[in-house]
Design a protein around this ligand. Structure first.
Ligand code: UDX
Ligand code: UDX
Length: 480
């Protein structure tokens, strides 16, 4: 019986291992983590992450061939294949600060594997790592090996949150990179055999190590670039009277472009896009490729521009000040169907409004008050450390009120901002919301999910990203 161990029971490690356990009943899968509370949650009724379909998968195999444990060393020692899915935060100090990945957790995982191993192992990079990390890991393992043989594979994860289980059940592709030696090829085959339990062979791509590592960064950079491209167009649409949803539809019909990932928004968020592009930029710079680095940097700059533009639009349309004004924030997660707030555009928008002294009333169906307060007080990049190393929860800010109902959030507010595209926001009773707001009543739709014409009929002043502007907003254009 093959034994798998995964270090890191997070958004990536947890769902991925649960699906492997479900699809491979003869493989024993142990997911280990240094966080006692996270492991307790995986073993309890309330899983630590919200992901549609996950609970069902976990319930089917937990304690059958899927185990969650804090006994890291025991499970690593017993495993044939060790996945590593620990945090790789952006460095905030020293060489490469603000760009390079901090591999502290990865390095200590590798040293621990070397310390406890008594048999040969395949070590799989699951976290996104800079290109050539495998070489560093190989050096740590072989220099501490005591006759044990290791093969390093890169097997990047392409699941998207909110659809993780579907993405794992039915992946576009599984990518496995390894050394081009007979031992390396044997290791690739061993991992291929795991996925072949449910993934058709032609969807399992094998490459050399560096191509696999770089493909992960490249895929995320291309996806993020698409969003920045459509968001750049949204600014031009507002300036010219074009409608970005019509433009997206029209260009998406070209099969070479395709219709997906063309939704203009207040900006992209999530744990991967910005971090991976910064990583890519750093690698380009280290290789003297300044022009290439600048090209990718621009994707992040446009994303920041989009978030700033949104805040400026709100402030300028409210007579250039939101000081003391109540603004309802509907949605805080970085996208719908997840409670994840890592790098969510809501953080920057809220901070921008708070900087102008607004009072915020925030509602998100999946994000807790504690999380929101922590996010709004945390420094950039601090989110990507194990939970117990993150800053303590701050005292609740008086300017921020977190509520459990959209109507309560909007009551007596001057403006409502939609920052996450939760389905429930599409069907709210906007007449009721309007009646209970201060006038003029504004709506700023950062996700283009609302019926603009209907809202205008009710009496709202509406701003929807990339859509033709209200005369009201045209008048304030100079400031925005
Ligand atoms: C993780 C990384 O955050 C991301 O940078 C990488 O690209 C993929 O792997 P994710 O699963 O979304 O992604 O992160 P997170 O939910 O934070 O999970 C990481 C887990 O590793 C945490 O539960 C943390 O406690 C655990 N961990 C971290 C360890 O068990 N040991 C460590 O030394 C460090
Ligand atoms: C992404 C990649 O899709 C996935 O393959 C990789 O493994 C991890 O990073 P994720 O961050 O979970 O997944 O979500 P994704 O659906 O890609 O969305 C990222 C951000 O882009 C979200 O904030 C989302 O709202 C935004 N987005 C997405 C848009 O603004 N417009 C779009 O058209 C699509």
């Amino acid at each position: 019986m093959v034994k798998i161990c995964c270090i890191g029971a997070g958004y990536v490690g947890g769902p991925t291992m649960a699906v492997i356990a479900l699809k491979c009943p003869k493989i024993e899968v142990a997911v280990v983590d240094i966080s006692v509370s996270r492991i307790a949650a995986w073993n309890g009724d309330q899983l630590p992450i919200y992901e549609p379909g996950l609970e069902d998968v976990v319930k089917q195999c937990r304690r059958r061939n899927l185990f969650f444990s804090t006994d890291i060393e025991k499970h690593v020692a017993e495993a044939d294949i060790v996945f590593v899915s620990v945090n790789t935060p952006t460095k905030t100090q020293g060489l490469g600060a603000g760009k390079a990945a901090d591999l502290t957790y990865w390095e200590s995982a590798a040293r621990m594997i070397a310390d406890v191993s008594k048999s040969n192992k395949i070590v799989v990079e699951k976290s996104t790592v800079p290109v050539k990390t495998a070489e560093a890991i190989e050096k740590i393992l072989t220099h501490n090996s005591r006759e044990i043989k290791y093969q390093i594979l890169s097997n990047p994860e392409f699941l998207a949150e909110g659809t993780a289980i579907q993405d794992l059940f039915n992946p576009d592709r599984v990518l496995i990179g390894g050394r081009e030696t007979p031992e390396g090829q044997k290791a690739i085959q061993a991992l291929k055999d795991v996925y072949a339990h449910w993934v058709p062979e032609d969807r399992i791509i094998t490459t050399n190590l560096w191509s696999a590592e770089l493909s992960k960064l490249a895929a995320n950079a291309f996806l993020a670039q698409r969003i920045s491209s459509v968001n750049a167009m949204s600014a031009l649409c507002e300036a010219t009277g074009a409608d970005v949803t019509q433009v997206s539809h029209a260009i998406g019909k070209d099969t070479r472009i395709g219709p997906r990932f063309l939704n203009s928004s207040v900006g992209f968020g999530g744990s991967c896009f910005q971090k991976d592009i910064l990583n890519l930029v750093y690698i380009c710079e280290c290789n003297g490729l300044t022009e290439v680095a600048n090209y990718w940097k621009q994707v992040i700059k446009v994303n920041d521009y989009q978030k700033n533009r949104f805040v400026n639009r709100i402030v300028s349309s409210m007579f250039n000040t939101v000081s003391g004004k109540k603004i309802a924030i509907l949605g805080f997660a970085f996208k719908k169907d997840t409670g994840d707030t890592r790098e969510t555009p809501a953080i920057d928008v809220c901070k921008g409004l708070l900087g102008d002294k607004a009072k915020l009333s925030i509602y998100d169906p999946q994000v807790t008050e504690d999380q929101i307060q922590r996010d709004l007080s945390m420094k950039k990049f601090d989110w990507d450390h194990p939970i117990h190393l993150q800053p303590m929860s701050p005292p609740a800010s008086k300017q921020v009120n977190v509520v459990w109902d959209a109507y309560q959030a909007a009551k007596d507010a001057h403006g409502v901002c939609i920052l996450t595209e939760w389905d429930e926001f599409k069907t709210l009773d906007y007449q009721k919301i309007f009646d209970n707001m201060r006038k003029p009543a504004y709506i700023f739709d950062g996700r283009n999910i609302l019926d603009v014409a209907k809202l205008r009929e009710i009496g709202f002043i509406v701003y929807s990203i990339g859509k033709p502007l209200d005369p009201w907003h045209k008048d304030t254009l100079a400031v925005a």
